[in-house]
Design a protein around this ligand. Structure first.
Ligand SMILES: Cc1cc2nc3c(=O)[nH]c(=O)nc-3n(C[C@H](O)[C@H](O)[C@H](O)COP(=O)(O)OP(=O)(O)OC[C@H]3O[C@@H](n4cnc5c(N)ncnc54)[C@H](O)[C@@H]3O)c2cc1C
Length: 429
């Protein structure tokens, strides 16, 4: 496959491409899937890996990477083929995103926010109930979003978090949409809004409230607000521990008029998706699957004395280091297995067992990636954690996985424990 990317790889700096995280034959992927995933891996390794340190150091958004993602068709990975996209399904997207995360966590995580606007309004929404008229209207509206992405390279984000229980799925979103002629007036605030100041459209979750009505999660709206709309502003600074290139600042919406056509899902469909397609919340994990692989890859290369720019000192002959690598390999295979199963079986109306497995997969990846990175630092030794090498960034980026709502590591534990012990509606009264 040939790709055009903005950094030319000369003969002297030609990189040997890494093997895929999930071998297409062993994991029974189709040629088409393997091609899309390879496209992500190639651009990740040959281009994004070289830029990642600067975005991290400066906490700046990977704008150049997005131009490249557009150029190679990956901005429209989940856009149906009839609309000019690659038509990837959930599993294909997840595997491709893991390959990007392997080389630049911040690019993969922000790309996830972007892709989900098409995945959720696309293949997920196709599985949900809508009457014929609503579906036709949805089809017309999403075509507009797809065209912007495929033709113009428009970038979408997903600001949900508000600092309270809404993003955890506990209560209705505090950002409110008041119906007016031709659309809504939106007011509210979103924290940790990745891509703020860089996305062209903010895919905001808000609660539609009629005059004098009460907020309900059933009335959640998912709308794409143009970043340049009057009343939209980005405030606050951004100097976090990890995932620094995500630029997740605070977004304010003050009396922003949002036309009806901006809806990414029809009324009531987001709530239906959250109830019936729970794997939608597993989409934050691919980035961290990639980081887990990156921690392992680095360790093997480092101990073999093969890290570019480092003296070719071998450390692989020490038994304690060999044991640590064995532990890392076992952990990595455990993470890969449960995660692959979870992203492969994602669908509408999953069984209880499948939902519990999805929580367990999320927990395993989010906690496991950071455990692998910590073990990698201990095993490789002092020089390996210098900022001139990617491992310390992998360590910091991987620490963020467990914090991602609505499936934080804690909330996964809460849900697994409760849902394993109680059937729906069961109490001890
Ligand atoms: C790098 C990065 C990028 C991010 N990008 C985005 C983004 O693009 N869009 C977005 O919407 N969000 C994003 N987030 C936000 C993330 O998903 C969380 O929402 C954010 O970390 C919330 O911070 P918090 O301190 O309020 O969370 P927490 O305090 O952990 O949780 C918020 C609320 O959830 C409830 N809650 C939390 N834990 C429990 C529990 N165990 N039991 C019961 N209730 C609980 C509580 O009401 C709590 O006040 C990002 C986060 C990071 C770190």
């Amino acid at each position: 496959m040939t790709m055009q990317v903005s950094k030319t790889i000369g003969a002297s700096d030609k990189v040997m491409l890494d093997a895929p995280i999930f071998d297409p034959v062993a994991f029974r992927l189709s040629d088409e899937q393997a091609g899309i995933i390879a496209r992500a891996r190639e651009i990740g390794q040959s281009v994004f890996a070289g830029r990642a340190a600067t975005y991290d150091l400066e906490a700046t958004f990977p704008t150049e990477n997005y131009r490249d993602l557009h150029r190679v068709g990956l901005l429209g990975i989940a856009v149906p083929k009839k609309h000019g996209g690659l038509g990837a399904n959930y599993q294909t997207y997840a595997l491709a995103a893991a390959e990007i995360g392997r080389y630049c966590g911040a690019t993969a995580l922000t790309w996830n926010m972007h892709v989900c606007s098409t995945l959720w309004s696309g293949p997920l929404a196709d599985d949900l109930d809508m009457d014929a008229e609503t579906r036709a209207e949805h089809e017309r509206r999403r075509a507009v979003h797809y065209k912007r992405i495929v033709e113009d390279g428009a970038i979408y984000s997903q600001p949900f978090s508000e600092g309270g229980a809404a993003a955890a799925g506990g209560v209705a979103f505090g950002t409110e949409a008041k119906p007016v002629k031709g659309g809504w007036i939106v007011n509210g605030k979103k924290i940790f809004a990745s891509l703020s100041g860089h996305a062209d459209y903010y895919g905001v979750l808000c609660t539609e409230i009629q005059e004098g009505g009460k907020a309900s999660r059933r009335n959640t709206l998912y709308v794409a607000i143009p970043a340049k709309s009057q009343g939209v502003s980005v405030v606050g600074d951004w100097d976090p521990l990890g995932m620094r290139g995500t630029v997740s600042r605070t977004l304010l919406f003050e009396d922003v008029f949002v036309p009806e056509d901006s809806a990414l899902m029809p009324r009531g469909v987001y709530f239906q998706a959250a109830m019936r397609w729970p794997h939608m919340f597993l989409t934050l994990s691919p980035t961290y699957m990639g980081l887990a692989q990156a921690a392992y890859d680095f360790t093997v290369r480092y101990l073999r004395g093969e890290v570019p720019g480092m003296p070719p000192v071998k450390r692989r002959m020490y038994p304690t280091k060999q044991i640590a690598v064995a532990q890392m390999q076992i952990k990595l295979e455990q993470i890969k297995s449960i995660w692959f199963q979870a992203v492969t079986e994602a669908r509408a109306n999953p069984s209880k067992e499948q939902v519990l497995r999805a929580y367990a997969a999320q927990y395993s990846v989010m906690e496991g990636a950071n455990e692998l990175a910590a073990l990698a630092i201990r095993t490789c030794g002092g020089q390996a954690m210098l900022r001139s090498l990617p491992l310390e960034r992998i360590y910091r980026d991987s620490r963020c996985g467990s914090l991602m709502l609505p499936w934080t590591a804690e909330l996964c534990l809460d849900r697994i424990g409760r849902e394993a012990l109680y059937e729906a509606g069961e109490t001890d009264d």
